[in-house]
Design a protein around this ligand. Structure first.
Ligand code: HEC
Length: 199
């Protein structure tokens, strides 16, 4: 190790008398020394500014609860914007399957029933290819959710089609509500023999 030209100048660093460069004490790796250069001013300023920024940020966040920094408020604002821009999507996501009994919904349900479902279940719900809807026997359950799920997913291997894409959530709910409110409990002209479990 060439130590001849290095003098102990200071408590903190050593000086290379040939090049006049400051060297960090005790940082000697097989003769390779580390320079003790000052940090560049631009770097130091960046550091000071980031400290000042952090202080301002923390005070605004925790002391003044600044709205634009609080994540919950930010999230809420984003969601409100989304709800305004895409009302149909929000309605789909919040869709609740609850039996509809109002006249308008049942009239819409009847229209869908006559147009699409009656081909297999008959207009009066007596059943043909599909089961009788008027009796107390159900293959897949008698709750509105059960009927809604069948109208949505279908039972393809038994010949019941899925209406997920053809009918909207609302239209499917209207037609199964029509089944439960208007067809169930009636006496069809040519009732199909009961299928499934009695409820
Ligand atoms: C192509 C004939 C066909 C059409 C059209 C059809 N269905 Fe069906 N449906 C069936 C068959 C077959 C079954 C019996 C499925 C089984 O055995 O699991 C069935 C069963 C059902 C069930 C379950 C009944 C039970 O006992 O659990 C519901 C609810 C139902 N259909 C509603 C509808 C609605 C609503 C429509 C119109 C949007 C419709 N179906 C149109 C053939 C059809």
């Amino acid at each position: 190790m060439a130590t001849d030209n290095i003098k102990n100048q200071n408590e903190d660093y050593e000086l290379d008398t040939l090049t006049n460069e400051r060297l960090i004490k005790d940082h000697d790796y097989d003769g390779i020394r580390e320079l003790d250069n000052d940090l560049p001013p631009w770097w130091k300023w960046l550091f000071y500014i980031s400290i000042a920024f952090a202080i301002v940020y923390l005070v605004r966040l925790f002391v003044f609860n600044a709205d634009d920094l609080v994540q919950k408020a930010e999230y809420k604002a984003e969601m409100e914007g989304f709800e305004k821009s895409q009302p149909e999507k929000v309605a789909e996501a919040n869709f609740e399957v609850v039996l509809l009994t109002d006249d308008a919904s049942l009239a819409n349900g009847m229209a869908t029933w006559t147009k699409i479902c009656a081909a297999c279940h008959l207009v009066d719900g007596g059943g043909l290819v599909g089961p009788n809807m008027a009796d107390n026997f159900w293959i897949h359950g008698n709750k509105v959710e059960d009927l809604y799920n069948i109208a949505t997913q279908g039972v393809l291997e038994k010949g019941m089609l899925p209406y997920k894409d053809q009918l909207s959530n609302k239209e499917r709910l209207e037609v199964v509500s029509y089944i439960l409110v208007k067809l169930h409990g009636t006496t069809p002209a040519t009732p199909k023999a009961p299928q499934g479990t009695e409820y």
